[in-house]
Every structure is written in structure tokens, then in C-alpha cells.
Design a protein around this ligand. Structure first.
Ligand SMILES: CC(C)(COP(=O)(O)OP(=O)(O)OC[C@H]1O[C@@H](n2cnc3c(N)ncnc32)[C@H](O)[C@@H]1OP(=O)(O)O)[C@@H](O)C(=O)NCCC(=O)NCCS
Length: 401
């Protein structure tokens, strides 16, 4: 058995962090600890102890996180790891339970994460709530289907300018899409705009689109030059390309696709309804790999269901099973956008991770029924639930956290 508690100082923090460091990266030095603690709250790192020894860590960011039609406080679960010396003895389970209890106490009704493996988190109530696509496109196939009447001007900006200009574009996109976490100023400066040491020789570039007197889109990208068979084989890797409007998004992508001397353009984490796929004349030529992106956990089912908007009016009664957060167990009536406990007969019975999958609108109850993930007690209940939960645009989390 392991004792689990939040870390108390930066030494414990560094040792807990090194649990994930066993798999990615190096031990934290003082400079990295200081930097990390500017956008992460120390007391949100849980550690698993074997006696005096720290053998596991699990952290969470405090996000505001967009949900259909709104924004909710959310635990952004991160840096989860257990030392290889102590694997499969229950350290992760003990940390997940402690973290969920803490998230509940803080009043965050949802938690979200990117899973390193899809087999880990379902048992703790997290369900796949969105899909994302990794795309590689040969530049020769980058024409748009319709001519774009170019508007605005793209310019290079420094990180200092970017921190002034980019957040409003991010916020505009955040208001439109579920699945987008808020970013503090420290997050922008230290996670998004900082040039890491390993990029010093070829740093990321920042561009802003000025349109109608304001910055309406930006991109962060890297270029890796190359030369093959007498021609450039350079790759342009888009780290983030965000527009506040449809026109601005098309403009910034046109810029990225038009950088001369590029052979391929790649981007990660695009939602399946990203406009690029319909802007392109030859979208079929883009190589795309789709995978799960965000996983969502309803930590407080009533508050989470009441905290989003719905596509239609209507009512549905869920019977929720939740072995790790038993306070959620039981029957919930969702009616007029509010969820309350009820004695009414259940219409759909499901595990809480399945409800998490449906929550952002990217996974339908009909799909979940087909995948044998829920029981429909009343015919038509699944279609009714889908009419309520359906939401466009699809969720998009442009950054792995
Ligand atoms: C994944 C990891 C944290 C698991 O830690 P652990 O302490 O070995 O896990 P536990 O012993 O508490 O296991 C809890 C349950 O999860 C299961 N489990 C743990 N890791 C699993 C994995 N990688 N795949 C499938 N099941 C897994 C266990 O079998 C156990 O199942 P049970 O409750 O049904 O008996 C650890 O292997 C690790 O650090 N891996 C590398 C880093 C990583 O992937 N971190 C996640 C970042 S998102």
C-alpha cells in the first residue's frame, strides 16, 4: 500500500515529477522547477510514497475549459507516472483516487487529460471525448478549391509581441469550440512562446495576421530544411495555427501552405471538422492519421451536466455507475438544461466514462450503443439523448498538456 498526499515543497515536487521523468525527459533542475511552478500549483501534485521514498506522481492544472455553450473549471490531469521499480502495485490507483477526491473538493466538475495509452484511464471514469487528426500534406497539393481573395497581412512577431497579440485570438477560438483550456500569461510565455534550448539552432517562428486593424490569426511553426535529389525537401511543422474567424483561419493557412521551398507541411491535433479539409482542392492527398485526443471525466455529474448547453429541449433519465467516485452513482434527470437526482425510471444506464465520452458532443450515444457501452431501457432514449447532446463545432484541444 502507498501513502498518497500532495507534495509539500519543491524537493518533493521534483521527486514526484521524476516519476514521469523516468519515461520522458530528465530530472528537473532548479531552473526547470522554478519555471514549471509559474504555471502549475505545487499543491496540485500528488505523490505516492513507499515509506520515505516517492515512487509516483500525478498532477493537475487548474483550467477553465470550454464545454458546449459555456466554460467550466476543470482539472487538466498531467505528468502522471509511477517509477518502473514500483509498477503494478496500485500506486496509480491510489493517486487517481486521491486526485479525484481533491478535484471534487475543489468544485471542479470535470477533469480532462491526454492519455499516453488508451488502456489506462477508462477504469478511473475517463472516456474518449474527442478525436484529432495528424496531417501531412505535400505542398504541390496545397491549392484551395476556391480562390481565396487575400485580405490582411501576415508579419513575423517576437515572443514579446506574441504574448500581447495571440491570447485574444485564442480566446475568440475558445468561445467557439468546446475542449479548449484557458491559458495564463505564464503559460503563454513559458510553455507556448519560450524557445526551448534544443530549438536554439532552429527556433520556432511566430507570425500574426493583421486584418481590419486587429490581429485575427496567428501561427507558430518550425521549418526543417533538407535537400534531396537536387531539390528542397524542407518540412514545415505547424505547431499552432489559430484564427478568430473563418476568413482569418483560411488566410493563416494559405500563408503556411505558401512558404516557398517547402516540400511537406504537417500539423497535429486538428479536429475532424477543421475548415482546412474543405478549403483544400485535393484533401484526399493529405495523409491523415486519426486518434483519440481529449479524455473527459465527469467528477460531479450533476454540475457537469448542468454546466453545458443542449441542442434541443427535452428530458432524459440516466442511471450512472461510478465505482471510483461513488457520489455520482444513481439516477439523474436532465431536463431544461439542468440535471437533478430523480426517482424516475432510468432510460439509459451507463458507466460514467461513457457519459464522459458523450459530454462534448463528439461521440454519439448511438455510437456508444453500437459499441455495447450502454443499455437503452426505453426505446428511442438514445436518439433523444443524441438530439440533446449533439454539438457543433466539434471539440478541439490544440495542445497536449
Ligand atoms: C501507467 C502507469 C502510471 C501505471 O502505474 P501502476 O502503478 O503500475 O498502476 P496500478 O498498479 O495502480 O494499476 C491500476 C490499474 O491499471 C492497470 N494498468 C496500469 N497500467 C496500465 C497500462 N499501461 N495498460 C493497461 N492497464 C494498466 C492495472 O492493471 C490496474 O488494473 P486493475 O485496477 O483493473 O487491477 C505506469 O505504468 C507508468 O508510469 N507508465 C509510464 C508513464 C505513463 O504512461 N504515464 C501516463 C501518462 S498520461
Amino acid at each position: 500500500m502507498f501513502d498518497v498526499r500532495p507534495v509539500r515543497d519543491s524537493d518533493e515536487f521534483a521527486r514526484a515529477f521524476y516519476s514521469i521523468g523516468q519515461y520522458f525527459g530528465a530530472p528537473l533542475d532548479e531552473e526547470r522547477i522554478d519555471r514549471f511552478l509559474q504555471f502549475f500549483e505545487l499543491e496540485r501534485m500528488h505523490a505516492a510514497f513507499d515509506g520515505e521514498q516517492i515512487v509516483g506522481g500525478a498532477g493537475a492544472y487548474s483550467f477553465d475549459f470550454t464545454v458546449p455553450g459555456g466554460s467550466l473549471p476543470c482539472a487538466g490531469v498531467t505528468v502522471v507516472g509511477v517509477y518502473p521499480t514500483h509498477r503494478r502495485r496500485g500506486a496509480l490507483r491510489a493517486m487517481m483516487l486521491a486526485q479525484l477526491a481533491d478535484v471534487h473538493e475543489r468544485g471542479e466538475s470535470i477533469a480532462a487529460l491526454w492519455a499516453s495509452e488508451e488502456t489506462i484511464y477508462g477504469r478511473f471514469g475517463y472516456g474518449i471525448a474527442s478525436w484529432a487528426c495528424e496531417m501531412t500534406l505535400q505542398r504541390v497539393w496545397s491549392a484551395f478549391a476556391q480562390p481565396l481573395e487575400r485580405r490582411g497581412q501576415v508579419r513575423f512577431v517576437s515572443p514579446e509581441e506574441a504574448v500581447e497579440l495571440f491570447p485574444s485570438v485564442w480566446e475568440a477560438m475558445r468561445r467557439q469550440r468546446p475542449g479548449v483550456p484557458s491559458r495564463s500569461e505564464a503559460w503563454w510565455k513559458l510553455r507556448v512562446l519560450r524557445i526551448p534550448d534544443e530549438e536554439k539552432a532552429n527556433p520556432r517562428r511566430f507570425v500574426a495576421l493583421d486584418l481590419d486593424g486587429a490581429t485575427q490569426a496567428y501561427a507558430i511553426y518550425r521549418r526543417e530544411s533538407g535537400w534531396a535529389d537536387g531539390s528542397s525537401s524542407a518540412k514545415l511543422e505547424v505547431q499552432e495555427a489559430i484564427g478568430a474567424t473563418a476568413q482569418a483561419t483560411a488566410e493563416i493557412w494559405r500563408y503556411l501552405l505558401d512558404v516557398d521551398w517547402t516540400e511537406t507541411i504537417s500539423a497535429f491535433g486538428l479536429p475532424l471538422d477543421h475548415p482546412l479539409f474543405l478549403l483544400l482542392a485535393n484533401a484526399r492527398r493529405a495523409r491523415m492519421r486519426t486518434a483519440d485526443s481529449l479524455w473527459v471525466r465527469l467528477v460531479d455529474v450533476g454540475a457537469a451536466l448542468s454546466g453545458r448547453k443542449y441542442a434541443t429541449e427535452g428530458r432524459i433519465v440516466f442511471e450512472v455507475r461510478d465505482a471510483t467516485c461513488p457520489w455520482n452513482e444513481g439516477r439523474w434527470l436532465l431536463e431544461n438544461g439542468r440535471a437533478e437526482r430523480t426517482e424516475d425510471a432510468a432510460e439509459i444506464a451507463l458507466d460514467v466514462d461513457v457519459l464522459g465520452s458523450a459530454y462534448l458532443g463528439a461521440v454519439s450515444f448511438a455510437q456508444l450503443r453500437e459499441a455495447l457501452r450502454l443499455e437503452e431501457m426505453r426505446p428511442g432514449a438514445v436518439e433523444r439523448a443524441d438530439a440533446l447532446f449533439a454539438w457543433r463545432p466539434l471539440p478541439w484541444c490544440p495542445e497536449i498538456f
